[in-house]
Design a binder for this molecule. Structure first.
Ligand SMILES: *[C@@H]1O[C@H](CO)[C@@H](O)[C@H](O)[C@H]1NC(C)=O
Ligand SMILES: *[C@@H]1O[C@H](CO)[C@@H](O)[C@H](O)[C@H]1NC(C)=O
Ligand SMILES: *[C@@H]1O[C@H](CO)[C@@H](O)[C@H](O)[C@H]1NC(C)=O
Ligand SMILES: *[C@@H]1O[C@H](CO)[C@@H](O)[C@H](O)[C@H]1NC(C)=O
Ligand SMILES: *[C@@H]1O[C@H](CO)[C@@H](O)[C@H](O)[C@H]1NC(C)=O
Ligand SMILES: *[C@@H]1O[C@H](CO)[C@@H](O)[C@H](O)[C@H]1NC(C)=O
Ligand SMILES: *[C@@H]1O[C@H](CO)[C@@H](O)[C@H](O)[C@H]1NC(C)=O
Length: 677
């Protein structure tokens, strides 16, 4: 503005001078002549010397100027019209010095606090949070070793934990935070989701649009191939989940502690270590993980109760979580490997399981829930291979999967497909890639399948369809049901994959993780219409052996038709954890596992027209939810069975009734957020 104004002013001045010159001045007014014509040659005497011929008419004179201060003789090229520099490259401008790593840390911390305090952001906590993440990103890229310290200081500043050092320091999540800050799109979708999920400072980002063009190799067959014929012969399949064995369980330590995992010497109640209010019983307690005697007892009870002492099971599913719920700082890769080794060995030795098809749960890794996508490349992409290698080798050694399948697991995040001789394929997937607590999921989350896990699943399902085989998908974290655990984008994609391959290929889906006995129904067309015609697939969420948190201990057996691989019935057993304290002080008997319910017997009377050999498929379960809508006592029953009848869980009433039905019908996080309270 200023320059323009000055320029205009000079033009105006020039114009008025010209005007003056043109105006005839009246003679005799004391001025000189009215006109003066200057000489046609440059007055060369003005300067001592010139770079060119000052009298030439083709170029203006270029006098040689000497600076009286510096005594520099200014060179010709400086003013030569032929050599005007494109850039002043010979006089460098100052840049600030490179900051040391510790200065970077101090500056990052101070700048984040400035953003937090700056009133210009008003109530826009989301913008504040993403701006702060940008600072963390550049610290992660320039001085990654300082990120744990930044995370700890911010945690302390915001009082986010009572032990920030143990949680976010260099020995725990700090390095993970640095990796994610370095690689995530912190200013975009990734950053918004981080700020939403971990700090509640941003609204949940919407599900990203899915471009399924080219995702499926072939369109869904229309008409569907004829269904496989039932044989009438029943397989017995054991479903175990969430052992969470606690090898550090301390009998008579505080079982009602106020911090972290109870039944541990290092965790007390409000009375401190000298005032144990509730001494940990020998067989376990509601706020504790599974002590050895309970784990062994459950495994001893299974064959007797299921009637498989002689025959054994046709096969067994283990839907994840072997390791105890220790805080990050008490865990290690070695502790994880120890637990994997000992639990699988116990299962193998105590139960005639048939082949056990297992998955990696979120606790069966270190740090808990963390799994990095291979596409980070190099060391970063391979940082969890130690675990995939170990799990694959254990499963192979136990003779549960072939060497070829083990090799597939090693290179697919412990995921694999078993092609059984009987026409059933088991596809085991690593669901940490849709779990909210896996920090690596916030790298390129908008892509919906950054890890490639859904690509793997889709290709394996296509293979099965081409071969006319049926498939059971097994994993750990359910794709829906609870709003806190699954991420929208990958589970929205999973939902479309299930639609593409149901009901003709997918005969069952099995999860664990919640410790509760629950169920999810998948519908056609992204659940835009939910009825008996659109219900296509069912996910069975198996009960946990661990009582944590406030549940009874349990396990499940399915009866399955050996031709269709449809579930014909499910039987669940439980042990009442509330009775465990009474068992201490004697050795005559331990806990009792008892029959809890059969799904067919419990809900079947509400589904008229179902023959005794018709499967408990998605249609049946949808009819059960319709019965629930008109008879809320069925929801109360479902909810009570979810906790395996724990006296610690309040009955389902009021809003819990429609919320439970909605959860059952919402098998992706996107549907949950869209449809449920
Ligand atoms: C001046 O230098 C900059 C930076 O190197 C370059 O991008 C630009 O093209 C240069 N300008 C000219 C006219 O040479
Ligand atoms: C910020 O939130 C407070 C409390 O909800 C509200 O009173 C205030 O008007 C909001 N300020 C702005 C700028 O939106
Ligand atoms: C969707 O993906 C296909 C195949 O990758 C691509 O050709 C197409 O341009 C994409 N469409 C949109 C809208 O991004
Ligand atoms: C556990 O401790 C809490 C207080 O920390 C108390 O309210 C509760 O009654 C205790 N429960 C049992 C079973 O002792
Ligand atoms: C399943 O188990 C039953 C009973 O043990 C046995 O007769 C049958 O051969 C088994 N079927 C398969 C496919 O393993
Ligand atoms: C469930 O089984 C019933 C009875 O056999 C059948 O009519 C229905 O089509 C099945 N539903 C699905 C989704 O497979
Ligand atoms: C499925 O529905 C959910 C909830 O409305 C939505 O967020 C998601 O984008 C839908 N998915 C597809 C593939 O249309």
């Amino acid at each position: 503005m200023l320059m323009t104004a000055m320029f205009l002013q000079s033009i105006l001045t020039l114009l008025s001078i010209a005007n003056l010159v043109l105006t005839e001045s009246s003679a005799g007014n004391g001025l000189g002549p009215t006109a003066y014509t200057i000489s046609g040659t440059f007055p060369t005497s003005i300067y001592e010397s010139y770079y060119n011929d000052p009298t030439a008419t083709t170029a203006q004179p270029q006098p040689v100027i000497t600076d009286p201060v510096t005594h520099e003789v200014y060179p010709y090229w400086l003013t030569d019209p032929e050599t005007i520099p494109g850039n002043d490259t010979w006089e460098p401008h100052l840049l600030p010095p490179v900051a040391s790593p510790s200065q970077l840390l101090e500056t990052a911390y101070a700048q984040i606090l400035s953003i937090v305090a700056n009133p210009v952001f008003g109530n826009d906590t989301c913008t504040r949070c993403q701006a702060a993440l940008e600072i963390a990103k550049f610290l992660a890229l320039t001085a990654p070793q300082q990120v744990p310290a930044l995370a700890v200081r911010l945690c302390e500043h915001f009082e986010a934990s009572s032990d920030c050092g143990s949680q976010y320091g260099e020995y725990t999540l700090g390095p993970t935070v640095a990796q994610v800050a370095a690689y995530a799109d912190t200013g975009g979708y990734d950053g918004q989701m981080i700020c939403s999920v971990f700090a509640s400072l941003c609204p949940l980002a919407p599900t990203s649009p899915l471009n399924l063009t080219g995702w499926f190799a072939k369109p869904k067959p229309d008409p569907l191939p004829p269904p496989r014929q039932a044989t009438g012969q029943r397989l017995k399949v054991l479903h175990l989940s969430d052992f969470h064995i606690d090898p550090r369980y301390a009998i008579s330590a505080e079982a009602n502690c106020s911090t972290s995992l109870c039944c541990r010497y290092n965790n007390y109640g409000e009375g401190g270590p000298d005032h144990i209010a509730f001494p940990a019983p020998r067989y376990g307690a509601f706020l504790c993980d599974t002590p050895y005697p309970l784990a062994v007892g459950a495994l001893q009870a299974i064959p007797v109760l299921a009637g498989t002492e002689d025959t054994g099971f046709n096969f067994t599913l283990y839907t994840g979580d072997l390791v105890s719920h220790d805080p990050f700082n008490e865990l290690s890769a070695e502790y994880t490997l120890y637990t994997e080794t000992m639990v699988f060995d116990l299962i193998k030795r105590l139960v005639k399981t048939g082949p056990v098809y297992a998955v990696q749960g979120n606790h069966d890794t270190y740090m808990t829930a963390q799994n990095a996508p291979y596409n980070l490349g190099g060391e970063m992409g391979e940082q969890f291979n130690w675990n995939y290698d170990h799990l694959a080798a254990l499963w192979e050694l136990e003779d549960w999967i072939s060497p070829e399948t083990a090799q597939q697991a090693r290179t697919h995040y412990a995921a694999y497909t078993v092609q059984r001789q009987d026409g059933l394929r088991i596809i085991s997937i690593n669901t940490d890639f849709w779990y909210t607590q896996n920090a690596y999921n916030y790298i390129n989350l908008a892509s919906s399948d950054n890890s490639g896990m859904m690509r793997f699943l889709t290709d394996e399902l296509q293979d099965a369809e081409d071969a006319g085989d049926r498939v059971w998908i097994i994993g750990h974290v359910p794709s829906g049901y609870s709003k806190t655990d699954p991420l929208q984008n990958p589970t929205n994609l999973f939902y479309q994959i299930v639609d593409r391959f149901s009901p003709h290929v997918i005969a069952g889906i099995f999860w664990g993780h919640t410790h509760e006995d629950q169920l999810n129904i998948f519908y056609a067309n992204n659940a835009t219409v939910m009825n008996t015609n659109t219900a296509q697939a069912v996910a069975w969420i198996g009960p946990s052996v661990t009582p944590l948190t406030n549940y009874n201990s349990g396990f499940r057996v399915y009866e399955v038709d050996s031709g269709t691989f449809e579930v014909l019935d499910s039987y669940t057993w439980f042990a009442d954890v509330n009775s465990f304290p009474e068992l201490d002080g004697q050795t005559e008997f331990g806990p009792t596992y008892e029959f809890e319910y059969s799904a067919r017997t419990t809900y079947g009377p509400n589904v008229p027209g179902w023959g005794p050999d018709d499967p408990l498929n998605a249609t049946w379960w949808h009819l059960v939810t319709e019965a629930m809508e008109s008879d809320s006592s069925l929801v109360e029953t479902f909810y009570s069975y979810a906790s395996k009848g724990s006296i610690r869980i309040a009955p389902c009433t009021g809003e819990c009734i429609p919320a439970t039905i909605c959860s059952i019908r919402s098998a992706s996080a996107s549907l949950l957020f869209q449809n449920c309270l």
